[in-house]
Design a binder for this molecule. Structure first.
Ligand code: FES
Length: 145
């Protein structure tokens, strides 16, 4: 018997939301690139953050992978838009898998989306902290001269 996918998977697979790419060098952009060793599928998810509010104002993805991975990333980009960084890192792959009714063999596909969100937030934060330390170094240089 063939497994048939839930309509949410089919919908997001046929009409993926937010496919695209942001400039990864934009200081307000965080990029998460993750791969699933089991199948070799790769997901890139990006966030654009408003530095004032710490909220994600936009998100996009590119996934080279199976239909469930594409659907998971599409759902993820929709869910994280407008949310603060602290909140999106609490999104669990099981939430995505439940929304899409993924079968057990496809759980790692939604895991990619959880990992990609976390990686994008981490990338954005590491960029911001680099900028902060560059700023404070500049201040110190100025103070010395
Ligand atoms: Fe590996 Fe879906 S089969 S991400």
């Amino acid at each position: 018997q063939r497994f048939s996918y839930h309509e949410n998977v089919v919908d997001h697979y046929n009409n993926p939301r937010n496919v695209g790419a942001f400039d990864k060098n934009d200081p307000n952009v965080g990029t998460g690139l993750v791969g699933a060793p089991a199948c070799g599928d790769v997901m890139k998810l990006q966030i654009k953050v408003d530095p004032e509010s710490g909220r994600i104002v936009d998100s996009c993805f590119k996934t080279f992978g199976c239909g469930s991975a594409i659907a998971s990333s599409s759902v993820a980009t929709e869910w994280i838009k407008g949310k603060p960084l602290e909140e999106v890192v609490t999104i669990k792959n099981s939430d995505i898998a439940k929304h899409l009714s993924l079968p057990p063999v496809k759980l790692h596909c939604s895991m990619l989306a959880e990992d990609a969100i976390k990686a994008a937030v981490k990338d954005f934060k590491s960029k911001t902290s680099k900028q902060e330390s560059a700023k404070s170094e500049a201040v110190q240089v100025n103070a010395q001269s």
